[in-house]
Design a protein around this ligand. Structure first.
Ligand code: LHQ
Length: 258
């Protein structure tokens, strides 16, 4: 059982809900541990073919719980190495699609968390605040890695240096989110999106995720070689065979995730 998050699996989707609504779901040490544990559970469970990460109440996540770090000396480097970095690395290691359903404000490391997910869906009421600069800090938790890769260096520097709030509409315009849905039907739409992903070839999607992120770090030759390797693995899956058979038989495919 978890204390700071909710974890529920249905119809192929593990919904992870950050659940400290009165603190805008701000991170505590326990929440980091629980998110990592939930991601590991989801990775191991064959019934899970997509992970949907969202927040309870009005916010998605407001970053570090500032109540935990106000007053007294804080070992910032140690804090990140011990708590945040393992969580971001676990998101990357999870070979299943991870969708952030950004229901409200995502600020500081909460914004970084959304950026580290594979796909971002936003409610019309969502917003993004790169809040670090407002307290004299630097974007962390992968913010300096993902933000420029997602929106380009010019926009990333602007958002990080000003800390200005980005509305859902603007986020869609600059490619920070993939879709925006009306607030009233947001979770329904996000779940429907996640269920569609969960019905696709899960192993192939895991390989797409790994190969695409690796491609960001490699040159063309190395990427071509890694694609060839990934294709060997994908080509040996049951879902590949099913996809081809369905095409030949002019019917809808029934992927099983194997
Ligand atoms: C919060 C928080 C919060 C606690 C809202 N903590 N209560 C790494 C290394 C080591 C240390 C430092 O941190 C990091 C990583 C980081 O994430 S640094 C960045 C930390 N986050 C922030 O600086 C964001 C602080 N929050 C805000 O700027 C605003 O609250 C946002 C823009 C998120 C939302 O603004 P509003 O919609 O105007 O809501 P609000 O400010 O009224 O907040 C609502 C409640 O949530 C309020 O509680 P209350 O009891 O007064 O209703 C806030 O105190 C609480 N809350 N963020 N991070």
């Amino acid at each position: 059982m978890y204390e700071t998050i909710l974890y529920e699996v249905s119809e192929g989707v593990a919904v992870v809900t950050l659940n400290r609504p009165d603190k805008f779901n701000a991170f505590t040490e326990l929440m980091h541990k629980e998110i990592i544990a939930a991601l590991k559970d989801a990775q191991k469970d064959d019934a899970v073919r997509c992970i949907l990460l969202t927040g309870a109440g009005r916010a998605f996540n407001a970053g570090q719980d500032l109540g935990e770090v106000s007053g007294g000396e804080v070992d910032f480097g140690g804090f990140l190495r011990k708590r945040y970095n393992p969580m971001i690395l676990q998101l990357q290691k999870t070979e299943k699609p991870i969708v952030a359903a950004v229901n409200g404000v995502a600020a500081g490391a909460g914004m970084s968390l959304a950026l580290a997910c594979d796909i971002r869906l936003a409610s019309e009421k969502a917003s993004f605040v790169n809040a670090f600069v407002s307290i004299g800090l630097v974007p962390d938790s992968g913010g300096c890695y993902f933000l420029p890769r997602i929106v380009g260096i010019g926009k990333a520097l602007e958002l990080a240096m000003t800390g200005e709030k980005v509305s859902a509409e603007e986020a869609l315009r600059i490619g920070l989110v993939n879709k925006v849905y009306p607030a009233e039907s947001f979770m329904e739409e996000a779940l429907a999106y996640a269920r569609k992903l969960a019905a696709l070839p899960t192993r192939g999607i895991g390989l797409i995720k790994r190969t695409m992120y690796k491609g960001l770090e490699m040159g063309l030759e190395e990427t071509l070689e890694y694609e060839a390797y990934a294709q060997e693995v994908a080509g040996s899956t049951a879902d590949h065979k099913e996809g081809v058979a369905a095409f030949m038989e002019k019917r809808a495919p029934r992927f099983t995730g194997r």
